[in-house]
Write a protein that binds this ligand. Structure first.
Ligand SMILES: Nc1nc2c([nH]c(=O)n2[C@H]2C[C@H](O)[C@@H](COP(=O)(O)OP(=O)(O)OP(=O)(O)O)O2)c(=O)[nH]1
Ligand SMILES: [Mg+2]
Length: 135
């Protein structure tokens, strides 16, 4: 069996003052278009994970996050057909600026116990379970 390349993707669960979590719908034309995800993206060569997440949150949502406000939470490790995804999820309750939709098809603020109403990538199932139980 050929080994799948492991791809490191960093993602954030932004949590608002009411305890709702931000999820974003992947746009047309991308792998898994239409599914809802936690904002984030691939770590570039030579980039630290936290720096990559700060960059992605700015690119995708237009907000500024400081690395100190990213708390490591849980991770998922999942074999897709063409690559192996390793994705840590950070919690973030503080940011500056207003969340805006820049790259996604839609955004939604959702209570953790309602996340299962949204179709998410298969790799995200354990993350959703942890969020529901722990926040
Ligand atoms: N951001 C994010 N990606 C996820 C989640 N679950 C999941 O399986 N993925 C997968 C989808 C993609 O194959 C990969 C992330 O890649 P991406 O296409 O969003 O990466 P990116 O933001 O750097 O975008 P690009 O510049 O490469 O187009 O991880 C999730 O909850 N959030
Ligand atoms: Mg992304």
């Amino acid at each position: 069996m050929t080994e799948l390349k492991t791809v490191l993707v960093v993602a954030a669960a932004l949590i608002d003052v009411d305890g709702r979590v931000l999820i974003a719908q992947r746009p047309e034309g991308k792998h898994m278009a239409g599914l809802w995800e936690f904002p984030g993206g691939k770590v570039e060569p030579g980039e630290r994970p936290e720096a990559a997440l700060v960059r992605e949150l700015n690119e995708e949502l237009g907000i500024d996050v400081t690395e100190a406000c990213l708390s490591p939470f849980v991770f998922t490790s999942h074999a897709y057909e063409s690559f192996h995804l390793l994705m840590p999820l950070f919690l973030c309750r503080r940011w500056s600026g207003v969340v805006e939709r820049r790259e996604h098809a839609a955004l939604a603020w959702v209570r953790p116990n309602r996340l299962s109403d949204y179709a998410m990538p298969p790799a995200d199932a354990p993350l959703v379970a942890w969020l529901r139980d722990l926040i």
